[in-house]
Design a protein around this ligand. Structure first.
Ligand SMILES: NC(=O)c1ccc[n+]([C@@H]2O[C@H](COP(=O)([O-])OP(=O)(O)OC[C@H]3O[C@@H](n4cnc5c(N)ncnc54)[C@H](O)[C@@H]3O)[C@@H](O)[C@H]2O)c1
Length: 258
């Protein structure tokens, strides 16, 4: 096998939750171009169908499945459809996410719960629903969660979001430990700052200046710059001894102090 072949996802099936979004959409296309068949999941039928059609237009296999990641019943019916249309699951990416800049004392219980449900409970449920088959099949697999720079030392203005992403790191490391005997690797990608739908409102001029001032590369990331990390972690060969890792793709953001 050539070193390049190590990154092939030929014959693999990937589920990308939040695959209609800016970052996971690009990574889903990356999985498909690397040879995988892809199931795109999110809460909007039109959007999942559009992303699946975009992938099929590249000559790859894709299906759009409407599923709210906060609903176990939705995820279970998605699993049934994926099993019947694609077969077993090799790769699970948990990338659904929402954000809010509400100041701490103004965060309502409803807002707190909504962000916790989508960003954290959604990962928990998807790992239960899709991870079970991966663990029990003996075939192994790769789970890739999407963390954030807010998961570590606190980032201003994203309180609930940061709490959920700290939790995503914990889920990643806990399941990496639990599922290693079953050859299911569990890792996270930690993107720095990438303009997308969920964070557009938060990226004010002042905040952008502060982000660039704290990013050695002095720019935002491009969604395509996450694809290499995603394919690497998805590949059984390229990252065979990698589990529990939180791979930063952040232009150096978390390496910097004053
Ligand atoms: N953009 C960034 O700078 C950045 C940085 C770090 C981490 N992230 C994370 O990357 C992931 C992708 O976000 P993005 O920036 O591309 O934003 P985005 O808004 O473009 O995508 C978010 C996706 O989540 C989906 N989603 C929301 N609620 C859902 C639900 N209940 N059920 C199923 N799907 C749901 C949306 O449909 C959309 O596809 C998120 O987890 C986000 O927290 C983004």
């Amino acid at each position: 096998m050539s070193y390049l072949d190590m990154f092939s996802l030929e014959g693999k099936n990937a589920v990308v939750i939040g695959g209609t979004g800016v970052l996971a959409g690009e990574m889903a296309i990356g999985f498909a171009k690397a040879g995988a068949s892809v199931a795109i999941l999110s809460g909007n039928q039109q959007n999942v169908d559009a992303r699946a059609a975009e992938i099929e237009a590249l000559g790859c296999k894709a299906i759009g499945v409407k599923a709210d990641c906060t609903s176990k019943a939705d995820l279970e019916s998605a699993l049934e459809r994926i099993n019947s249309e694609l077969g077993h699951i090799d790769i699970l990416m948990n990338a659904a996410g929402v954000n809010s800049a509400t100041p701490f004392f103004d965060i309502s219980e409803e807002e707190w719960q909504r962000i916790i449900d989508i960003n954290l409970k959604g990962v928990f449920l998807a790992c239960q629903v899709f991870g079970k088959g991966m663990v029990e099949s003996g075939r192994g697999g790769s789970v890739i969660n999407i963390s954030s720079a807010s998961s570590g030392p606190p980032l201003s203005r994203v309180f609930t979001y940061g709490v959920t992403k700290g939790g995503v790191n914990q889920i990643t490391q806990f399941l990496a430990r639990e599922w290693a005997p079953f050859k299911v690797r569990v890792n996270a990608i930690l993107p720095g700052f990438f303009p997308a739908t969920q964070n557009r409102k938060i990226l004010t001029e002042e905040r952008v200046a502060s982000i660039f001032g704290h990013t050695p590369m002095k720019r935002f990331g491009e969604p395509s710059e996450l694809v290499g990390a995603a394919i690497y972690l998805a590949s059984e060969q390229a990252s065979s001894f990698v589990t529990g890792s939180i791979l930063r793709v952040d232009g150096g953001f978390l390496s910097m102090t004053i």
